[in-house]
Design a protein around this ligand. Structure first.
Ligand code: G6P
Ligand code: MG
Length: 216
């Protein structure tokens, strides 16, 4: 097998929490009175909370103190976490669960590589607590994607060299992070619009064929 591990992004790959990020940022943008839509939201995929706020504020960033920005980020996160609290294992799509089960059955290690500080809460809500061999998230990194730190930490936690890891991402920042980490990548969702990944997926289970084809 060419790949000994697959590192999955969480929001927008394992579950639909990318939409909850959108709803939560939209609420803050509407309150401030700035434009926010799916296109701007796509630029925030994989980017840490405070960095996302800065991108969202754009030229209006100068109008707000650090304290005001901290409060916006806190309010966004409070609203976002309320949405997460309503999640359950029903929010885990059968195609995603089957894919993860089959990869594990082939004795390939699986990890989460997410910039989110809420990753462990989400995994618990959808019934995947303790399911992955490693979880590298926003709580153990100092720089969010496109920095490779989160994926390199996952590779260390798994004990598998970067060249044997495949990253699955819905964010262009995540594809760049994988490349900087020396890892191959597969794109899903918005990330298929960029020609950075080694492979594009329509649905997560397409990954199974890719893993079989890349057997060497
Ligand atoms: C992921 C999401 C981003 C989010 C970041 C931080 O990378 O794709 O949209 O900003 O995590 O998430 P957090 O839950 O810590 O605010
Ligand atoms: Mg994502």
């Amino acid at each position: 097998m060419k790949y000994q591990a697959v590192i999955f992004d969480l929001d927008g790959v394992i579950c639909h929490t990318d939409y909850y990020h959108y709803l939560a940022w939209k609420k803050i943008a509407d309150k401030i009175g700035i434009a926010f839509d799916e296109t701007i939201n796509n630029c925030l995929r994989g980017i840490g909370r405070m960095e996302s706020l800065e991108i969202m504020l754009g030229a209006r960033s100068e109008e707000f103190s650090q304290e005001a920005k901290r409060k916006f980020a806190e309010e966004k996160n409070d609203f976002y976490r309320r949405l997460l609290k309503n999640m359950s294992p029903k929010d885990l799509q059968p195609d995603v669960k089957n894919t993860l089960d089959q990869i594990k059955a082939h004795r390939i290690k699986i990890a989460v590589g997410s910039s989110s500080k809420n990753a462990k809460l989400i995994l618990k809500q959808i019934g995947l607590e303790n399911f992955f061999h490693a979880v590298s998230d926003g709580k153990n990194i100092t720089r969010s994607k496109p920095d490779p730190e989160v994926f390199l930490k996952a590779s260390i936690l798994l004990g598998i060299e970067p060249q044997y890891c495949l990253v699955v991402e819905d964010a262009v920042s995540g594809l760049e992070a994988a490349s900087a980490a020396g890892m191959d990548s597969a794109a899903i969702g918005d990330a298929v619009n960029y020609s950075i990944a080694n492979f594009n997926l329509n649905k997560l289970s397409d990954l199974l064929q890719y893993l079989v084809d890349s057997k060497i």
